[in-house]
Design a binder for this molecule. Structure first.
Ligand SMILES: Cc1ncc(COP(=O)(O)O)c(C=O)c1O
Length: 370
């Protein structure tokens, strides 16, 4: 029998994106120009923050932020051991050293109580990562940053429109970074945004995005930068996607609740959802689960046409980042974690199929078939 494959992530682009794109192109708005400015203005407004700077990716947003904060060769930057490697590559690109911190036992975000002993005279910045919309303890980080004179760059690439009690994640520190990659809440294909409340930082970011050059016709070269410019083509797609935010948030919440309710009922102690505090305003971008028999669950679901993505490795497993010390909680997550099919365009019937397959896995497991 030919079974229709279920992808681990589904998102959508439609007529609105095509119309915005066509309009932008027919008005000869192709490279970075007025459509980008409009996207930045709308993004900043939606995020309730004064300034937004769009760029080529979330990775570049992180790199530009570190450059704006003056991070340089020999500095140390504190990073969560559980994140996509982009968070560490940004400081490494500037010649800084990445100092890793383990995550909490129950949720894979930085355990802020572990940071203090990692701070040295060379520490320049902390990069909290709000993984899968989960808020890092920003109040704790800001206290440390104040005490030791450090800057804070929030990696909110997986946390667009996620909130804690003070408002949107990514907007509460020196700078915050978002990704517009395809597996994010909204997407422009590739893309990223840096937000800040500081006017000088905003001006620096705009310079960095354009090789440090302030004017177009009266160019001078006052500082280091690069071509990190966005395009109006991407911004047109981004503007159409911004209009979908409300519906997408509803959809991601409903998927999360559906998985949460059904997985609880499975009554299988070795398989559980990694919680997202949706009641506090966190956005469950992905459906993340833990299972002691991850590979066996994965093989079973794969055999039923369901794509399951295992968690990314920990940063301390990379030869070019290797840090001393142990990271017991990160190790558990990387060994046993996986993503179940989700995303704003994942159909309820697909999720029903996933849940049925998981029920069937558990039944078979209970009678010793695995
Ligand atoms: C936590 C985190 N940081 C940074 C990035 C990098 O974003 P981009 O892929 O847009 O460069 C990602 C992308 O997946 C991410 O998940």
């Amino acid at each position: 029998m030919d079974i229709k494959k279920i992808d681990w992530w589904r998102t959508s682009f439609g007529q609105e994106e095509i119309s915005m794109l066509t309009k932008s192109m027919s008005e000869e708005h192709i490279s970075q120009g007025p459509v980008t400015a409009e996207f930045e203005a709308q993004f900043a407004k939606a995020m309730n923050v004064p300034y937004a700077v769009a760029t080529t990716s979330g990775s570049v947003a992180l790199l530009m932020s570190l450059m704006a904060m003056g991070v340089k060769r020999g500095d140390e930057v504190i990073v969560s051991n559980r994140t996509f490697i982009a968070t560490a590559h940004a400081p490494l690109m500037l010649g800084a050293k990445v100092v890793l911190v383990d995550v909490h036992r129950d949720v894979p975000v930085m355990d802020v109580s572990l940071i203090k002993k990692k701070i040295t005279a060379r520490t320049k910045a902390i990069m909290p990562v709000h993984l899968c919309g989960r808020a890092v303890d920003l109040a704790g980080i800001h206290r440390l940053a104040k005490a030791y004179g450090l800057c804070v760059i929030e990696d909110a690439c997986q946390a667009m429109f996620s909130k804690n009690e003070r408002g949107y994640l990514g907007t509460q520190s020196d700078v915050g970074c978002f990704s517009l990659g395809v597996t994010k809440l909204i997407s422009s294909g590739q893309g990223g945004v840096v937000v800040t409340s500081n006017r000088r930082t905003y001006e620096e970011l705009k310079l960095i995005r354009n090789h440090g050059v302030p004017g177009t016709f009266e160019a001078t070269y006052p500082r280091l930068g690069f071509n990190f410019k966005f395009t109006d083509i991407q911004a047109a797609i981004g503007l159409a996607q911004l209009r979908r935010v409300k519906d997408r948030l509803l959809k991601l919440h409903s998927l999360y609740r559906k998985y949460e309710g059904n997985l609880k009922e499975l009554d299988f102690p070795f398989l559980r959802l990694i919680p997202v505090n949706v009641n506090a305003g966190e956005v469950p971008l992905y459906i993340e689960a833990l299972c002691q028999n991850r590979d066996s669950v994965r093989n079973y679901l794969n055999s039923r046409g369901i794509e399951v993505r295992p968690f990314l490795p920990n940063l301390n497993q990379s030869p070019h980042i290797k840090n001393g010390g142990s990271f017991p909680h990160s190790t558990e997550f990387s060994k046993h974690g996986f993503f179940l099919p989700s995303g704003p365009d994942q159909s309820d019937s697909n999720v029903d199929r996933v849940l049925n397959a998981m029920q069937s896995y558990v039944r078979r497991k209970k009678i010793g078939l695995f």
